[in-house]
Design a protein around this ligand. Structure first.
Ligand SMILES: NC(=O)c1ccc[n+]([C@@H]2O[C@H](COP(=O)([O-])OP(=O)(O)OC[C@H]3O[C@@H](n4cnc5c(N)ncnc54)[C@H](OP(=O)(O)O)[C@@H]3O)[C@@H](O)[C@H]2O)c1
Ligand SMILES: [Zn+2]
Length: 350
C-alpha cells in the first residue's frame, strides 16, 4: 500500500538477525540464523506474494533458490492460476553467475536503477505484494526510501560479535523517528527465535488501527436506531491512549465521544493524535447537543481516519466536510468499508 509511487503495492521486508544486529557473519560459509519452523513460516509468506526481491550480494554470498518449497503451497498457487513460485527479482547492475540457484525454478528478473522506478516497473507487471528478503543494503534502501509497509524481523539468540559482518541496516534517514514510530503489530516466539512484525507505512498503520476500531464496534449493544461504531485515539508514539464504542457507557453515547471522555480535555497528546473511527464522525445528533465532529475539533485532534461515510439512514452526515473545513486532515480507508457495513447489517436493513 505504499502510496509513494502512486501504486497500490504492499511491500513486506523480511530478515533474521543476531542479537547484535547482524545478518550474517564475516566468513564465506552461509550462516543460518533462524530455525526450521521459522523457515517454514517464511515459505508460507513467500507463497502469499507476487514477487521476492534480493540484492546481488545476497545471491553472490548465499546463492539462495528464492523458491516456495512446500509442494502443497506450490500446488495451491497453481490452482489459483499463479506460477508455483513468485517472480524472483534481483537488484544488480552486473552479471550474475549463469549457474546461480535462483535460475533453476520459475521466472527471474535482474534489474537495477532508482528504487521507486524498480517498484513502479514491478507494479506495471502486476505485482501487488512484494517480499524483500535482503541483504542489508537493499533493506536499508527500501526503509529509507519509505518504500516499506511491514517489517518481519526475526531475532536469533546469539551474537556475531564482528563488525566486519553485514549489518541489518546501514546509516540513513529513516522515515519513522522517535516522534513517529513504527507500530508493533505482533510478537511471537518460534522455538528459539522471536518474530517481531512492525508496520512502517502510514497506510499499514492506519489499516491496523482502523481494524482495531472495527473490532471494538462489535462490542456495541444492539440498536435499530443508531449505528454500531468503534473508535481508537492513537498518539504520535504509536500507542492507543483511549478507545470507545457506541452505547458503551449509556444508551446514547457515541464511540468517539466515549473515547474522548476517558481523557482529560487538556491532555497534550490530543493535539497531535489521530482519531480512528469505523464510521465518519457525526455532524448532527438527534440525541445530544454536541456532535462527534465538534468534540474532535474542540479536543484539537488534527487527523481523523475512517472506513465508511455515514449512510443517510438516520441523519444526513457532513462530518468529513465539517472537519475538513476546520483544518482537520481526513483519511478514508474504503478497503475496510464492507466490514463496517457488516457490523451494521441490522441498521442498514441488510
Ligand atoms: N539473515 C538474513 O535474513 C539475510 C537475508 C538476506 C541476506 N543476508 C546476508 O546479507 C549479506 C548481503 O547483504 P549486503 O548488504 O552486502 O548486500 P545486498 O543488499 O544483498 O546487495 C547489495 C547489492 O545489490 C545491488 N543493488 C542494490 N540496490 C540496487 C539498486 N537500487 N540498483 C541496482 N543494484 C542495486 C548492488 O549490486 P551490484 O554490485 O551487482 O550492482 C549492491 O551491491 C549476505 O552476507 C547475506 O548472507 C542475510
Ligand atoms: Zn457521533
Amino acid at each position: 500500500m505504499s502510496a509513494i509511487v502512486g501504486e497500490i503495492m504492499y511491500i513486506l521486508l523480511s530478515c533474521a538477525i543476531s542479537l547484535d544486529g547482524y545478518l550474517d557473519d564475516a566468513t564465506d560459509e552461509r550462516l543460518v540464523l533462524s530455525n526450521a519452523a521459522d523457515l517454514d513460516r517464511v515459505d508460507a509468506e513467500r507463497a502469499g506474494v507476487d514477487a521476492i526481491l534480493v540484492g546481488a550480494n545476497t545471491i553472490r554470498r548465499d546463492n539462495p533458490r528464492l523458491s516456495v518449497r512446500s509442494p502443497a503451497r506450490r500446488a495451491a498457487r497453481e490452482a489459483a492460476g499463479k506460477p508455483a513460485t513468485p517472480l524472483k527479482v534481483i537488484l544488480s547492475s552486473r552479471d550474475l553467475p549463469a549457474d546461480a540457484a535462483f535460475r533453476a525454478d520459475g521466472a527471474a528478473l535482474i534489474t537495477h536503477g532508482p528504487l521507486d522506478a524498480v517498484v513502479k516497473d514491478l507494479a506495471d507487471r502486476g505485482v501487488e505484494r512484494l517480499m524483500v528478503e535482503g541483504g542489508g543494503r537493499v533493506l536499508t534502501e527500501f526503509l529509507t526510501a519509505g518504500l516499506a509497509d511491514e517489517l518481519q524481523l526475526v531475532t536469533a539468540p546469539f551474537f556475531v560479535g564482528d563488525s566486519a559482518a553485514p549489518r541489518f541496516v546501514h546509516d540513513g534517514r529513516f522515515p519513522r523517528t522517535s516522534r513517529s514510530r513504527a507500530v508493533l503489530a505482533s510478537v511471537s516466539t518460534i522455538g528459539n527465535v522471536v518474530l517481531h512484525r512492525y508496520l512502517v507505512s502510514d497506510e499499514a498503520i492506519d489499516h491496523h488501527w482502523l481494524t482495531r476500531a472495527i473490532e471494538l464496534s462489535h462490542r456495541c449493544p444492539p440498536s435499530t436506531t443508531a449505528f454500531s461504531v468503534g473508535a481508537v485515539i492513537v498518539d504520535t508514539a504509536g500507542e492507543a491512549i483511549a478507545w470507545g464504542y457506541s452505547r458503551e457507557t449509556d444508551d446514547l453515547v457515541h464511540a468517539e465521544e466515549s473515547a474522548l471522555a476517558k481523557l482529560p480535555p487538556d491532555d497534550p497528546r490530543l493535539r497531535t493524535a489521530t482519531m480512528y473511527s469505523s464510521l465518519e464522525p457525526c455532524s448532527r445528533r438527534k440525541s445530544r447537543p454536541a456532535s462527534c465532529s465538534r468534540l474532535i475539533r474542540e479536543a484539537g485532534i488534527p487527523r481523523v481516519v475512517f472506513a465508511l461515510r455515514e449512510p443517510s439512514t438516520f441523519v444526513v452526515g457532513e462530518g468529513a466536510e465539517e472537519l475538513t473545513s476546520a483544518g482537520v486532515a481526513i483519511v478514508e480507508c474504503p478497503e475496510l468499508a464492507d466490514q463496517v457495513r457488516e457490523a451494521n447489517r441490522t441498521q442498514l436493513g441488510a
